[in-house]
Design a protein around this ligand. Structure first.
Ligand SMILES: Cc1cc2nc3c(=O)[nH]c(=O)nc-3n(C[C@H](O)[C@H](O)[C@H](O)COP(=O)(O)OP(=O)(O)OC[C@H]3O[C@@H](n4cnc5c(N)ncnc54)[C@H](O)[C@@H]3O)c2cc1C
Length: 577
């Protein structure tokens, strides 16, 4: 039986006739696509749980799977224990509305370290990408007909023409920067990513190279200040600023917001710096490829195996885990892909941890502004600024990140301010993506999956009120109203929706506070201080217990770096035991 998510709030169809029509269409499409009526077996599913392994990984997020693959590849007998019924953590594909496969949490790939593709032979294990060009579309709400829009892509001349609509001067700035990658249009333009940001090595002992002075301002400044130095047109600045506040309870005017932008442009796909792509089959297909690599080396991977406790021996070192059903597994290494809070405040016996460490973990900033909405639609949105042709075929902008309520920086700041008052933004910042435009396998013919990454929504509403069904639906309606203003007819095209507020993200994915990165990517919680100062090198106060997820350096995003680094550190210790 397929699980029905408690957060899923299917929206009534626009009318009985439409419902009947779509029902027939979806039923046929399901059969035509051969969609499974039950859960797919995952790689390594046939393995039998053993009482003893060399290493146990708690959680099958992409980082846990990466860690397992590297460990097993090095000859360390490894088991991965995932509490959910699917692999991938926040990098997952779920068919939450029949016939529609959603990248339910993360939805775009760029940051995965190239070394990991290579080492784990992810292409051989089935990973396929759909790169996007153009990649960003910002339609305007304005009285003129048609309204203007800003389309950014890899074609330099065309992108300059687009920018020149709003500022000829900004188009020239781009030209002087070389302007051949999305990365080059950003404020980090003259700045190569700082090597220790990209995080394939653990942070301690790093040399601060020549690039540091150049990078320092981008890392520490409010992104608004950096962007103001480069550009003058508001739509361009606001579009670029979205990557600086994504997932952060921060305004473009918040110091340190520059870092988050840098984090989002330091990826590289198929040799193209800063490029982002959809994963064929959704983000879960990436996790699946990593799991295949791990299983091919011999790792055992299990779902629906929640870990209840880390076992600590008389010598004070980790010696295995206990599952929720009481089963105990012995292992010399325990790596936790769960958040630092869950790992150290819930799974680890508290008497094994220094009280100061426990306090620091308890005080981590996990505020998050994100509500993710996944919508199934019966047709492509048609934007006023670039209407869809009658034949319904996608236009280039449909493959982009569509930025809504993004006309100027003041809108972004106001959306943030609302959340500070305990209110979901009146005009939320919306990043709308339609991966099925490039990957039709995700939805029945003619239909699409729409990913809506929205902010700002507080974890708790004004007056300490929790989110209830009514608040959740009201917020989703507000987001849909906003989309309707840019793309009339959108609301009527919606077949179903899945709304994940910060508490839902916490409950479904185990993300503390709903924070998409396991903890804020603020300057005080990065590098040498992630998750806390003195324990930034993946080890913990309990020998043999390691953190291998995004709560560790270099943080969130589908990067795999934390998993790979942690495996390296654990392996060193294993060899010395
Ligand atoms: C809505 C949203 C959108 C995002 N968009 C993007 C994007 O487009 N691109 C991008 O690069 N990043 C994006 N991110 C961030 C990125 O997805 C995460 O930072 C990353 O996937 C985290 O990976 P991880 O392996 O470190 O942890 P997780 O994916 O959180 O995995 C941890 C795993 O541990 C399991 N677990 C926890 N406790 C236990 C236990 N006791 N026993 C067993 N298992 C346990 C969990 O179920 C989970 O599977 C997004 C995140 C969210 C939430």
């Amino acid at each position: 039986m397929r699980r029905q998510s408690p957060a899923l709030q299917p929206q009534p169809l626009p009318g009985a006739e439409m419902a009947a029509r779509l029902g027939r269409r979806l039923g046929t499409a399901r059969a035509a696509l051969g969609l499974p009526s039950r859960r797919l077996a995952h790689p390594g599913a046939r393995a039998q749980l053993q009482p003893e392994y060399d290493a146990v990984v708690i959680g099958a997020g992409h980082n846990g799977l990466v860690a397992a693959a590297y460990l097993q590849k090095s000859g360390v007998r490894t088991a991965v224990l995932e509490r959910r019924h699917v692999l991938g953590g926040a990098a997952v594909t779920e068919e939450i509305i029949p016939g529609f496969k959603f990248s339910r949490a993360s939805y775009l790939l760029s940051l995965l370290r190239p070394q990991i593709y290579k080492d784990l032979e992810l292409q051989r294990h089935g990973l396929r990408l759909h790169p996007r060009d153009p990649y960003s579309f910002t339609p305007m709400l304005e009285a003129r007909s048609p309204p203007r829009s800003l389309l950014l892509g890899h074609n330099v001349a065309e992108t300059q023409r687009q920018i020149a609509q709003f500022s000829p001067r900004d188009a020239e700035v781009g030209e002087h920067r070389g302007g051949d990658t999305p990365h080059s249009w950003g404020p980090g333009l003259p700045v190569a990513p700082v090597p220790w940001v990209s995080g394939l090595s653990p942070p301690p002992g790093l040399v601060l190279g020549k690039q540091l002075p150049q990078s320092y301002q981008v890392l520490t400044a409010p992104i608004s200040k950096v962007l103001d130095q480069w550009f003058e047109s508001e739509p361009l600045k606001a579009t670029l600023a979205t990557d600086a506040v994504i997932g952060a309870m921060a305004s473009p005017h918040t110091p340190g917001s520059g870092y988050v932008l840098l984090h989002h442009v330091m990826g590289e796909l198929q040799g193209q710096q800063g490029a982002w792509a959809y994963v064929a089959g959704g983000m879960g297909a990436l996790s699946h490829a990593i799991a295949c690599a791990a299983a091919a080396h011999g790792a055992h991977i299990f779902t629906e195996k929640p870990v209840a406790r880390v076992l600590v021996g008389a010598n004070g070192a980790a010696c295995g885990v206990a599952l929720g059903d009481g089963t105990e597994l012995r292992s010399r290494l325990v790596l936790s892909n769960a958040s630092p809070q869950h790992t150290f405040l819930q799974l680890t016996p508290q008497e094994q941890l220094p009280p100061a460490f426990v306090r620091q973990v308890a005080q981590l900033d996990t505020r998050s502004p994100v509500t993710k909405i996944n919508a199934a639609v019966a047709r492509l949105p048609s934007f006023l600024a670039a209407p869809t042709p009658r034949n319904g075929r996608p236009l280039p902008h449909h493959q982009c990140s569509v930025h809504l309520n993004c006309e100027d920086m003041a809108l972004l700041h106001q959306a943030f301010e609302d959340a500070g008052q305990g209110q979901p933004s009146a005009r939320p910042v919306i990043e709308l993506c339609i991966p099925s435009v490039l990957d039709p396998s995700l939805a029945p013919p003619g239909c699409h999956v729409v990913s809506l990454f929205t902010q700002y929504t507080p974890y708790t509403l004004a007056g300490g009120r929790p989110w209830g069904k009514q608040e959740r639906e009201a917020y989703a309606d507000r987001v849909f109203d906003c989309i309707e203003a840019y793309a009339p007819g959108f609301k009527a095209s919606v077949v179903g929706r899945d709304v994940l507020t910060p508490p839902d993200l916490e409950r479904v994915f185990g993300l503390p506070g709903g924070n998409i990165f396991h903890g804020a990517m603020s300057l005080d919680q990065l590098y040498f201080a992630r998750p806390v100062p003195s324990y930034a090198g993946y080890r913990s106060p309990v020998p043999g217990l390691y953190l291998c997820g995004s709560g560790a350096h270099p943080g969130g995003g589908v990067m795999g770096a934390a998993g790979r680094n942690a495996a390296g550190v654990a392996l060193q210790d294993f060899k010395q035991k």
